[in-house]
Write a protein that binds this ligand. Structure first.
Ligand SMILES: *Cc1c(COP(=O)(O)O)cnc(C)c1O
Length: 458
């Protein structure tokens, strides 16, 4: 019989004590932070579900790897280990390390995008889209409609709508589309995977027009796990095999190793194209550092190489995604409105359903994240109108259909009991939701405003 438990394939040998504030202290802290959870001090947080980015617990192997750092300016042995690992595990030929994912996005956008180009993608990611725009491109969302519907139980909400993609090609012409941007999994849709069937169809269509595919492979192993679980024909394949198959259908990749790859800092650009590699290897010197370290210490590259291998182990992903789904199920059972199906890296609360009395101009998701912190010290993140920013042409707010709060689970960090505490708090906040008043924005930075915007209570 196949056992259902997702119990962790590791044991704990070091702990980091947490500080617990009183409710009054938390009320004070969130007001000081302008009701923006990004501006809280981490010491004032009990369970930190802000992001899964750079917050994973490294293994004893990775920590040991730090001691093997070869801190040479050029040609560090850890670079060659990382390069070999990227080839072996991911299957991409050429590697350019970067300090994190957005640096790779910056470089690939500069190389491939000309002003006036269009970049279709399976929904946007904040930094990805911004770099496309800064390079003069225009992002076009071609994800399936189900991705915008938090109630849809489609198992692969990260899929591209081939009709939308074809329509864009017909409208603007293939020569105006340097590449299709494909993320595994789709963060902004709630951590939703793309199927291999769909990716193969996208590859076929883009090949016909000579359009490349840039793969945002930040959570490719989590995506592969969902394919293994839910896509017909993959139940007997390993995650490692599925990851390779996904990557083989794409041309270039950007990676935030702070997610899947279990490191606290790191990223890279990978490609199978010698010409793009040549250009990237040159640009990285301008923005990051020499092409054999790209803004990273040798030890960081070593930890990344080891983390990449750990990330594609079946038992690791089963426990990782298992924990996220455990929290999701607690909330579903309690009738809390969450995005369905539960994603791989977090549970996304549907703030519109919490607060039907608030308009998007009153920032429902921002409000919910603040309320949750005050209730229990759990820190979450807004993914709604604040994150969506403004339309660069009209200057008006972008009003996304989804107004979400993300409870993002760091890898290998928290226990089942922490998930229970989190669920209890969310349920409590949901019960008292009718009392919430909403927020007004009193400070707005120009770029990626969600990081630094400040609010006051209405
Ligand atoms: C985090 C993330 C990025 C950006 O990576 P950084 O390492 O934060 O710069 C890009 N795409 C996706 C899907 C991400 O989740």
């Amino acid at each position: 019989m196949k056992k259902k438990s997702w119990a962790e394939p590791y044991k704990i040998k070091m702990v980091e004590p947490l500080r617990m504030l009183s409710k009054r202290e938390r009320e004070h802290a969130i007001a000081e932070a302008g009701y923006n959870t990004f501006l809280l001090r981490s010491e004032d947080v009990y369970i930190d579900l802000l992001t899964d980015s750079g917050t994973s617990a490294m293994s004893d192997r990775q920590w040991a790897g730090l001691m093997l750092g070869d801190e040479a300016y050029a040609g560090s042995r850890n670079f060659y280990h990382l390069e070999e690992t990227v080839r072996e595990v991911y299957g991409y030929k050429y590697l350019v390390p970067t300090h994190q994912g957005r640096a790779a996005e910056h470089i690939i956008s500069k190389i491939l995008i000309k002003p006036g180009d269009y970049i279709p993608g399976n929904m946007y990611f904040t930094t990805t889209k911004l770099h496309q725009e800064l390079a003069g491109g225009k992002f076009v969302d071609v994800i399936i409609d189900e991705a915008h519907d938090p109630e849809s139980e489609h198992p692969f909400k990260g899929n591209i709508d081939l009709n939308k993609l074809q329509a864009l090609i017909d409208e603007v012409g293939a020569e105006k589309i340097p590449y299709v941007s494909i993320a595994t999994t789709v963060n902004m849709a709630g951590g939703q995977p793309i199927s291999l069937e769909n990716l193969k169809a996208v590859r076929e269509l883009t090949s016909k027009y000579g359009i490349a595919i840039v793969h945002d492979m930040t959570r490719v192993a989590e995506n592969a796990y969902m394919i293994q679980q839910n896509e017909p024909g993959y139940v007997d394949k390993t995650i490692a095999e599925i990851v390779k198959e996904i990557n083989s259908l794409t041309d270039h990749a950007t990676m935030s190793a702070k997610k899947d790859a279990l490191v606290n800092i790191g990223g890279f650009l990978a490609t199978n194209d010698a010409d793009v590699f040549e250009k990237a290897r040159n640009l990285v010197v301008v923005y990051e550092g020499l092409h054999t370290y790209g803004g990273l210490a040798g030890r960081d590259m070593e930890a990344m190489a080891i983390g990449i291998k750990e990330s594609v182990m079946d038992e690791h992903q089963k426990a990782r995604v298992g924990q996220v789904h455990y929290l999701g199920q607690l909330l579903l059972d309690a009738g809390v409105p969450v995005v369905k199906p539960i994603g791989t890296h977090g549970v996304f609360l549907n703030a519109r359903k919490f607060y039907p009395h608030l308009t998007q101009d009153e920032f429902p998701a921002q409000t919910l994240a603040a309320e949750l912190y005050v209730d229990s010290g759990v820190r979450a993140m807004e993914r709604g109108v604040v994150s969506a920013g403004r339309n660069p042409e009209t200057g008006k707010h972008n009003y996304p259909k989804l107004e979400l709060v993300r409870l993002t689970i760091p890898r290998r960090v928290y226990t089942q009991a922490h998930m229970d505490v989190t669920a209890e708090s969310v349920i409590e906040v949901f019960k008292n939701a009718h009392r919430a008043k909403g927020l007004k924005m009193v400070y707005e930075p120009k770029y990626l405003r969600f990081f630094q915007a400040r609010f006051e209570k209405l």
